[in-house]
Design a protein around this ligand. Structure first.
Ligand SMILES: C[S@@+](CC[C@H](N)C(=O)[O-])C[C@H]1O[C@@H](n2cnc3c(N)ncnc32)[C@H](O)[C@@H]1O
Length: 206
């Protein structure tokens, strides 16, 4: 099949990206691993025994890290639109997080126990039109925050990918209402031209 200009550009970027090469060498499923590892180094969000939910988890590098750090006494539930290869210690759900039926399946999988940490690296398919992309991205952040509010235990944490632009200030202040401390992180492995950053919220108070 003929490659489009944008897929050629993506392939070129992948081939020259040091984090892609490092991920291949170190056995991570994607370069996104280094974003979570840097957040972990600064904010110590993952600890042994934790119950973790990973939204937008495929292909699974955040799950690899989370499963390793929570260890055998912890648990990780992963959800994505796309299929994901199995990982030891990770329960995988495939579906659209925006769908009420998916939310029901997720709640059934999580059971009655509250979560210690919600991770969301979800990002919608980008059209290139910010009037379309930004509200779609913000909607996913709002849903992740709603879920965190309903499933986290007091003191729990949320790490969520956000795109700077319309709605950013509102989501930041909404998070500040529910968490004792919210900081923004732009990991070195997050491309400088991307408006993505991560909000790390700790100390949930219902
Ligand atoms: C940047 S990737 C996540 C990479 C992942 N953190 C890792 O370490 O491999 C973003 C993911 O969000 C997922 N996603 C986007 N919208 C979604 C939705 N509505 N429901 C579930 N997953 C979604 C995409 O399918 C994609 O796999």
């Amino acid at each position: 099949m003929a490659k489009t200009a944008s897929s050629r550009k993506w392939l070129d970027r992948q081939h020259s990206d040091p984090y892609v090469k490092q991920a291949q060498r170190e056995g991570y499923r994607s370069r996104a691993a280094y974003k979570l590892l840097e957040i972990q180094e600064k904010d110590r969000i993952l600890r042994p025994g934790m119950r973790v939910l990973d939204l937008g988890a495929a292909p699974g590098s955040w799950c690899q890290i989370a499963a390793r750090l929570v260890g055998p006494n912890g648990s990780v539930v992963a959800l994505d639109l796309l299929p994901m290869d199995p990982l030891p210690g990770v329960s995988i759900l495939q579906g659209d997080f925006r769908e009420p039926a998916m939310l029901e399946r997720l709640c059934a999988t999580l059971g009655g126990e509250p979560l210690d940490l919600v991770l969301s690296d979800m990002a919608p398919n980008i059209t290139g039109m910010s009037v379309v992309d930004q509200p779609r991205a913000m909607y996913l952040v709002e849903l992740a925050l709603d879920l965190a509010r309903s499933r986290l235990q007091p003191g729990g944490s949320l790490v969520v990918k956000v795109f700077q632009g319309t709605g950013f200030d509102e989501i930041l202040s909404a998070m500040r209402q529910s968490f004792a401390r919210v900081v923004s992180r732009k990991p070195k492995s997050s491309r400088s031209q991307s408006r993505e950053l991560y909000l790390v919220a700790k100390g949930f108070h219902p």
